[in-house]
Design a protein. Sequence first.
Length: 215
Amino acid sequence: MNQKSKTSEVSVGYMRVSTTEDRQKLGLDVQRRKLQEANVTYLFGEAMSGRKDERPEFKKAIHKAKKLASEGKSVTFVVYKLDRLARKMSTLLSTLEELQRSGVAFRSLSENIDTSTPGGVLMMQLLGMFSEFEVNTLRARTKEALYQARLEGKQLGRPAVPAKTQEAIRKLYQNHAFSVETTAKKYGVSVRTVYRLAKSSGLSRRQPNFEASNS
């Protein structure tokens, strides 16, 4: 972290590369230079995938921005590019919403986005709309694919348990030969499947005849 000044208007910069390779380090240098040129007050950086939500320096940067805002300062969270903040749209939007709730503005240098301006707010709203559209489109495609699979007679979910295996499971269950867990493991099915097969056949577990076995 690099502290430069303490004023009523402060900015927290975050930079990220995916790995510690030399080529990636150059990318980190570029981000650092751009953020310094933007006069960020506090600077955080790390080498970690943007698809990971658990990023130590990222969390520190967010926490710092929120803390400064709670102290009454005018805070802006700054990145060089949007994808440096997050690769996943869901993480990006949730982070921006979190910052907004805490009274922290957001600025991306490359995309020229600044949520302290009306244009920046509009851009964030558009990103949210596109994200929702993407989710709804994916959901619709999934439903269509499932419907088409059913029309074609394709089996969905786990493969059916063969009839012979079902019969063997029922016999073991009824005769109390093994525990339900052992039976499930023996035939490569879930415990729930064993109970389901037994219930569908109206079976109950016979108690072992200890008197007969001891006579």
